[in-house]
Design a protein around this ligand. Structure first.
Ligand code: HEM
Length: 152
């Protein structure tokens, strides 16, 4: 191989490496932090808004839970839940509500009521065709809240 050929090949290799490095750096800069997150798997904000609205409809009408929400402003609760689910799942939202202990204190929420709400959430996600294992990943993030919500 002539010296010129070797030089050209080496330059080409360096150029390829530089291009790859640039592409990787660009990808890191432009890929949002929530890519590959549960948030994405749930279908992003649009789907979270849809299944949360459905969850609240079910919660407000199901006789197992409706009595708890007689004083509650539906739109406000829906917005807070959307922000909570979005943030928990790694999405670009910030929950600005009260913590779970404070917001459920003195409501006397039973385990049966808690389980009913979980069932309503599963139904709402089912209706949006969210896969079972994705549903379970969200439920696993909510499970530790049970101790702060259930009183009896
Ligand atoms: C994992 C389960 C649950 C989650 C993630 C959850 C989440 C929330 C959130 C984010 C709020 C709003 C807090 C605020 O006002 O800043 C809230 C309020 C409330 N939740 Fe829950 N909750 C759960 C279970 C339950 C259950 C089982 C009941 C009763 C059946 C219930 C009844 C209420 C009521 C009555 C309020 C007060 C709404 C108001 O201010 O009028 N929650 N919850």
């Amino acid at each position: 191989m002539t010296f010129l050929k070797t030089l050209m090949l080496t330059s080409l290799k360096i150029l390829t490496l530089m291009t790859t490095a640039t592409l990787m750096a660009t990808a890191t800069l432009t890929t949002p932090a929530f890519a590959d997150s549960l948030y994405e798997d749930l279908g992003g904000l649009e789907k979270i808004e849809r299944f949360t609205a459905r969850l609240v409809d079910l919660t407000f009408t199901d006789p197992r839970t409706a009595h708890q929400f007689k004083q509650t402003k539906k739109d406000r609760l829906t917005k807070l839940l959307v922000d909570q689910f979005c943030e928990l799942s790694g999405g670009p939202c910030a929950y600005k509500g009260v913590n779970m202990k404070k917001s459920h204190i003195k409501l006397g929420i039973t385990e049966r009521e808690f389980n009913a709400l979980v069932e309503q959430l599963q139904q709402a996600m089912d209706e949006e065709d969210i896969p079972f294992h994705t549903q379970n990943r969200l439920l696993a993030l909510l499970a530790p809240m049970k101790k702060d919500i259930v009183e009896r």
